[in-house]
Design a binder for this molecule. Structure first.
Ligand code: GUN
Length: 291
């Protein structure tokens, strides 16, 4: 029987686990605050940001939202981040990516105060994580670690294949999997668009993490029997539905489910965990800044 990994349930547990800390901080006059900054009219980005605000309201985190016209000068975004860095009511800052082409993404990531960098994208925080002493683990890889832990998927000595090498998922996921730490110690291979024989790698894997942004790239015949399959993809593909599209992952679910030992669905797998770990990082930030 293939186990369906329920990201909504594990995310709810993560949120419940934060309740005491949020109450203690709030009672002491340090209600955690998260700022979201959106400089985009991309419907998916708008949806993600509004879901993050809803999550905050649900657990008692104050959300501060700034929307910037995508045609505005880049300085408007840089100045906004400076203001949020200086605002004591804001413990965490998330600038929704991607930003418009005329904005220097690396400058934005560098300009967020590393103590408020709840995405874990600032070079100082990337460095800390790679060196094995993370301050904020990036939310998606951290959420995947929590999912694997919740479902007793052993990473120690496992063959893990990460498909995708993005700064947001593939690279940090790889770093966490190879660390000498709980939920690490996996023998980890990174595959990407130039990999010659993807299926040869995925077939030999105990754990496949698909994060390439390619709809249904990984199919059942590319998996070993009983593998754990984690699907990070959220791809809009044209479909004869009311909205004119449907969401599919990087894994072809129907064929993969027949082979996998455990699999995350899309939606309801990794997505809710990414959002839960953002709350987790915000509470960590608030608690460190309250001292
Ligand atoms: N865009 C897609 N994923 C993310 C994320 O985890 N954080 C931010 N800031 N932007 C994103």
């Amino acid at each position: 029987m293939t186990e369906i990994i329920d990201g909504n349930a594990v995310a709810a547990d993560v949120r419940d686990g934060l309740a005491d800390a949020i109450e203690t901080l709030t009672d002491a006059g340090h209600k955690p605050g998260l700022a979201t900054v959106l400089m985009s009219e991309d419907p998916a980005s708008e949806t993600y940001v509004s879901m993050k605000q809803r999550d905050c309201a649900e657990v008692g985190i104050e959300s501060h939202h700034v929307e910037i016209d995508p045609d505005a000068p880049a300085e408007e975004l840089y100045d906004t981040v400076d203001d949020l860095n200086a605002d004591d009511a804001v413990n965490g800052i998330l600038v929704q990516m991607p930003v418009p082409d005329h904005v220097d993404t690396r400058r934005v990531l560098r300009s967020v105060d590393p103590r408020k960098d709840v995405d874990g994208f600032h070079p100082e925080n990337v460095g800390r994580m790679v060196a094995g002493h993370p301050r904020f683990k990036p939310c998606t890889p951290h959420g995947i670690q929590k999912l694997l832990e919740a479902y007793d998927v052993e990473t120690e000595g496992a063959e893990a294949v990460v498909v995708g090498r993005s700064n947001i998922v593939g690279k940090p996921m790889t770093n966490l999997l190879i660390q000498k730490a709980p939920l690490g110690n996996a023998t980890t291979t990174v595959c990407h668009s130039r990999t010659k024989d993807l299926a040869a790698h995925t077939r030999a894997a105990d754990i496949v993490i698909a994060a390439a942004g390619a709809p249904e790239l990984v199919t059942g015949d590319m998996l070993g029997d009983g593998a754990t399959v984690v699907d990070v993809g959220v791809n809009r593909v044209d479909a004869d539905t009311e909205k004119g599209y449907e969401l599919v992952g990087d894994v072809e679910y129907e064929s993969a489910e027949e082979v996998a030992g455990a699999i995350t669905p899309v939606p309801g797998g990794v997505g809710p965990m990414t959002r839960a770990m953002l709350l987790w990082n915000t509470v960590k930030a608030a608690s460190e800044q309250s001292g």
